[in-house]
Design a protein around this ligand. Structure first.
Ligand code: NDP
Ligand code: MG
Length: 399
């Protein structure tokens, strides 16, 4: 449902932004502020960055806030002063915000499999979903897509590659499409030798050449597990078999992804490395609105390069194909093991090369011990917990 201002008859879309203090959340708010006559922020959710959250609330005046932790509520109340905002907490808080009757669209910009239940709840409540949280589709793609089909809901991708594919596919008969070509910058270690990765530091891994993003996805980009997650994300979003999804290195990150048509024509979407573009499209789709953001100008000259992926340097890519093709509960284990391993690397408890090794070991155990070919949501959440615990033990053992 949308509201209309009587006096100017513009459509006002009411948003819940889950993960408002993160990289995607903050850029979503920049887009919202670019079009104040279009959007109203009804609800914000964040983890623990209370100062930023309170600042956002002062400007956007939401009716609801959800906080990750209950013990932070008193401090948030203090920061909010006498603002009349209902504060909820935990996963239940996220789910409540995702299903509020006074919300039209939910932006899922939390990180990790935490997003599964709120995203599913939003779809089941008939909301439009702007999905940044790729881990949700990786872990629970069959359930999310089945719910979306049942509700006739469109999930609009925020991930730049998937937004590009979404735009290239628009209005096109799927039978015309032979392949999806996901582009990948290759991250900071694209030109390393495999043995150089052994000594990589957190600081080096966090130094992405093109994009400024949250910590977890930046590490995922350095291992290229991010592209692995995106292969599985594309499979679910676009209903494409894995053998028809390819990855190509493109260091400039200007061509955000491409599709190949049956006759050999290739269509791509280009733009600057600015997540506000895919975020804006997800919020305004199917409309295109003029904005004040910097724009790519090919008339000034530019060079674009494309290279095959070195799978010896980035074993995460073949691993992701293996996991995606096996399907069932394996992608949930893949994702959760990666979340745990990335956290351990960020805390200095695991080497960089240990991330993909741990993920691979957890997958091996999962295939032998508790793989489920057709898991329901509870099983997926169970596997998620199991994979975190198993990865945690393997990391401890390896120290
Ligand atoms: P960030 O780490 O920057 O942000 C994560 C957000 O989630 C923060 O607002 C954080 O709050 C919030 N959060 C954490 N725990 C909780 C909780 N328990 N309850 C409510 N909110 C919580 O991540 P990004 O913005 O980089 O990424 C978000 C998602 O988008 C990821 O799935 C990522 O893969 C995807 N994505 C990101 C891109 C990017 O450019 N950043 C590009 C494409 C996809 P707080 O900080 O207050 O603790
Ligand atoms: Mg991406």
């Amino acid at each position: 449902m949308t509201l209309r201002y009587g006096w100017c008859d513009r459509i006002l879309k009411r948003l819940a932004i889950l993960g408002s203090t993160g990289s995607i959340g903050r850029q979503t708010i920049e887009v919202v502020r670019e079009f104040p006559e279009r959007f109203q922020v009804t609800a914000l959710a964040a983890g623990s960055n209370l100062e930023l959250l309170a600042g956002q609330a002062r400007v956007l005046k939401p009716q609801y806030i959800a906080l990750g932790r209950e013990d932070l509520v008193p401090r948030l109340r203090e920061l909010l002063g006498d603002a009349k905002i209902q504060i909820l907490t935990g996963l239940d808080g996220l789910i409540t915000l995702a299903t509020l009757p006074e919300v039209d669209q939910v932006v899922t910009a939390v990180v990790g499999s935490l997003g599964i239940r709120p995203t599913l709840a939003a779809i089941n409540a008939g909301k439009s979903v702007a999905l940044a949280n790729k881990e949700t589709l990786v872990a629970a793609g069959s359930i999310i897509m089945a719910a979306a089909a049942r509700q006739k809901a469109t999930i609009i991708p925020v991930d730049s590659e998937h937004s590009a594919v979404f735009q290239c596919l628009e209005g096109r008969d799927r039978n015309q499409v032979s392949r999806i070509l996901l582009t990948a910058s290759g991250g900071p270690f694209r030109s390393y030798r495999p043995e150089d990765l052994e000594q990589v530091t957190l600081k080096q891994a966090l130094n992405h050449p093109n994009w400024s993003m949250g910590g977890k996805i930046t590490i995922d980009s350095a291992t290229m597990i991010n592209k692995g997650l995106e292969i599985i994300e594309a499979h679910w979003l676009f209903g494409m078999d894995f053998h028809r999804i390819a990855v190509v290195l493109h260091p400039e990150s200007i061509v955000h992804s491409m599709i190949e048509l049956r006759d050999g024509a290739i269509l791509g979407q280009m733009g600057l490395c600015d997540m506000r573009l895919p975020i804006q499209l997800a919020l305004t789709y199917p409309e295109r609105l003029e904005n004040s953001f910097p724009k790519l100008d090919p008339t000034q000259g530019m060079e674009l390069h494309f290279e095959p992926v070195n799978t010896k340097l980035f074993p995460a890519i073949p691993l992701a194909y293996q996991v995606g093709k096996a399907g069932g509960s394996l992608p949930a284990a893949f994702n959760a093991a990666n979340e745990t391993a990335v956290e351990a690397f960020r805390q200095g408890r695991l080497k960089f090369t240990g991330i993909v090794r741990i993920v691979s070991e957890v997958i091996g155990h999962h295939q032998k011990e508790n793989f489920s070919a057709n898991p329901d949501l509870d099983e997926i959440l169970e596997v998620d917990n199991w994979a975190r615990a198993t990865a945690g033990k393997l990391i401890e053992l390896g120290r």
